[in-house]
Design a binder for this molecule. Sequence first.
Ligand code: G3P
Length: 218
Amino acid sequence: MKFFIDTADLSEIQEGLKLGIIDGVTTNPSLMAKLGIKGEKAINDHYAKIAEMVPGPVSAEVLSMSYEKMISEGQNLSSIASNIVVKIPMCLEGIKAIHFFKQKGVKTNCTLIFSAAQAIMAAKAGATMISPFVGRIDDSSWDGIQLIEQIAHIFSQYTWDTEILAASIRNPLHIVKCAEVGADIATCPLSAIQGLVNHPLTTIGIDKFLEDTKKFME
Ligand code: G3P
């Protein structure tokens, strides 16, 4: 399973890359808003910096909801760097835009997916990746991992090459569960990725080893 980091923060991306396990980046308008940058040039320049830092796919989301504007925005975004993936929300205008970009060879990530029906539609339209939001489904007392499992089962019946990008990851357990049910990618906050390293017995074991080391080291 590939690990993407879900952030637009350059220092977080830099920190994640040091682990050697980051395969890409996803951003969204809320993550971009946290940066405090304004204007198309500043936004494009920021995407260019991320795309230069990360060898893998970098999702940059369109902000318009009409087909025509999604196309013009997506063409602008994909021209920034070869590893930019155009992120498009799940809606009829978005499906049309995904179909358009599929025909042009432009990679897309269909986002804000909350059902298998939406996943099937995005895959049929030719999305490169689809982003089911695990955490937000859990937040609404449904089972986000169960949706990933359902989509993975459906996709395994056909030859669609759309990747399942599990999104809205809240914690290390989400990452493990996504791997268990066959997500292709998990896009995670840095804290969730770093949290994979933690286990109380490991901490206890390291502390004991350090304590015992003192007994024979000067
Ligand atoms: O960036 C897409 C998704 O991962 C965001 O999820 O719920 O953390 O806003 P959330």
